[in-house]
Design a binder for this molecule. Structure first.
Ligand SMILES: [Fe+2]
Ligand SMILES: [Fe+2]
Length: 171
């Protein structure tokens, strides 16, 4: 059976991953409204990915004999001042998620919960990629500033992103 403290923290993480999915879905809607379908598509895939993260924690907790307790999802922003603002909030949020996963890993180590520690390694690696992806877009946005033609090109590029459920990937 899973330790109660770890169970509580995993439930909090499920809520955070669902909150992340709501945040990115809201950002997707914002970009659709601004006439940037590629940016909207990229954020929609972020939304889909976060659902798979929540479900990975959900299924893991059940597998370990723990109880999943769903809680209300807090409201998310619905408006931003600019495109770069959206990605700055994304970056701040992903850094916070990384910190929360590290805290979970610390708790797993302190409780000698090697199974949870092993499961969390996937998320630790995933966060490296999440932060790198967001940084790459911020770097490009800083480079092109408000050049409409460049934003148009970037929108076309972001439209090509393909959803992959990497939680199901065979290692
Ligand atoms: Fe996530
Ligand atoms: Fe994420």
């Amino acid at each position: 059976m899973i330790n109660k403290e770890i169970e509580k923290k995993l439930n909090k993480q499920i809520n955070l991953e669902f909150w992340s999915s709501q945040l990115y879905l809201s950002m997707s809607a914002y970009f659709s409204d601004r006439g940037l379908p590629g940016f909207a598509h990229w954020m929609y895939i972020q939304y889909e990915e976060e659902i798979t993260h929540a479900m990975k924690f959900f299924n893991y907790l059940i597998e370990r004999g723990g109880k999943v307790t769903l809680a209300p999802i807090a409201s998310v922003n619905t408006d931003w001042a600019s495109t770069i603002d959206v990605f700055m909030e994304t970056q701040t949020h992903e850094k916070e998620v990384t910190e929360r996963i590290y805290q979970l890993a610390d708790a797993a180590i302190a409780n000698r919960d090697h199974a949870t520690q092993s499961m969390l390694q996937w998320f630790i690696d995933e966060q490296v990629e999440e932060e790198a992806n967001v940084k790459a877009i911020i770097d490009t946005l800083n480079l092109v500033q408000d050049n409409g033609y460049a934003i148009y090109g970037l929108d076309k590029e972001l439209a090509t992103r393909v959803f992959v459920d990497s939680t199901q990937a065979v290692p």
